[in-house]
Design a protein around this ligand. Structure first.
Ligand SMILES: [Zn+2]
Length: 130
């Protein structure tokens, strides 16, 4: 007889015996990795180019020094270029890109709307108790 729990356990054993590499950024398990790092004696894997973008956000700007398979990348990415695109994620008005400004504005408005909803909800629930 196989219980559901046993099935789960069995499944776990199977995935454990396969050589998979859990991506440290998206937590997907792959049987290959794109980048291997050794941070504080722990092996960390990055599954793909997509996940390797902006790694300095998670690992600091010197993360290349922890990459084990560095030779795989020296011909792809000149190491001196890592510090670029720092401001990529800052949400600010762009004097040229009006579409983006509209998008940012809509985000701000949505934030305000939600805030008001929460405020209204809080007021209602507090007047209930009076
Ligand atoms: Zn990944």
């Amino acid at each position: 007889m196989t219980s559901f729990a046993n099935k789960l356990l069995n499944k776990e054993e199977v995935t454990d015996t396969l050589a998979t590499y859990k991506c440290d950024r998206c937590s997907e398990c792959q049987d290959t990795f794109f980048i291997q790092m050794k941070i504080q004696n722990m092996d960390k894997f990055i599954c793909s180019y997509m996940c390797s973008k902006d790694m300095h956000l998670d690992y600091g700007k010197d993360y290349w020094s922890t990459v084990v398979n560095l030779e795989d990348f020296q011909h792809l990415t000149p190491i001196q270029n890592i510090k670029q695109s720092k401001e990529k994620f800052s949400v600010e008005y762009d004097p040229i890109d009006s579409d983006r400004n509209e998008f940012v504005q809509s985000l701000i408005e949505e934030d305000e709307r939600v805030e008001k909803l929460i405020e209204g909800f809080n007021n209602e629930s507090s007047s209930d108790s009076e």
